[in-house]
Ligand binder design. Structure first.
Ligand code: ADP
Length: 161
């Protein structure tokens, strides 16, 4: 069975992330969504909360599991014998960074091929930071995040103000 790792911050999960997860789940036997646990970064949601949110949004996808780790993605991929590291690409700006990252990852783990999935037209502009900004300024984010995650995301952003 082919295994792919889809890493990210997911702070919080957006419909852009969900689209990549669904498309990866159709391509690979198993997809592990890997939540970054970076102690040096400040997140809106804790590692456990980001995992729980992703779990509730992927319940209907039987070949998708959620994990979190502070390990380098390439080393995590080696540990679970992954065949691929999946990345979503929104624009040329994403590409530049992700291309460099893929070269490093190949060096660290030649077995895992980086696969880029282009964003669709509708989620091209979507990012976790955009969702946070729009919501904090009173905008409606219901079109941007999964239904299951909406109440918690809105509550956290309002509580934080
Ligand atoms: P963000 O950049 O939104 O803070 P992450 O660091 O959690 O998100 O991103 C994880 C992965 O998902 C990266 O490969 C990123 O390029 C991809 N991604 C994020 N948002 C989208 C989107 N709207 N469409 C396609 N891919 C996306």
């Amino acid at each position: 069975m082919t295994t792919a790792v889809y890493p990210g911050s997911f702070d919080p999960v957006t419909n852009g992330h969900m689209e990549i997860i669904r498309r990866a789940a159709a391509l690979f036997g198993r997809v592990v969504v890997l939540v970054a646990a970076n102690a040096l970064k400040t997140y809106l949601f804790s590692e456990e909360e980001r995992v729980a949110l992703l779990q509730s949004c992927t319940e209907t996808l039987p070949n998708v599991t959620i994990d979190s780790s502070g390990m380098l993605v390439a080393l995590y991929a080696r540990e679970i014998a992954a065949d691929a590291i999946v990345k979503g690409l929104r624009a040329m700006t994403d590409f530049d960074y992700e291309f460099q990252q893929s070269l490093v990852n190949r060096q660290l783990n030649p077995r895992a091929e980086t696969i880029f999935l282009p964003a669709s037209g509708t989620s091209m502009f979507l990012s976790s930071s955009m969702v946070k900004q729009v919501c904090a300024l009173g905008g409606d984010i219901s079109e941007f995040v999964p239904r299951e995650a909406l109440p918690l995301i809105v509550k956290r952003i309002i509580d934080k103000q």
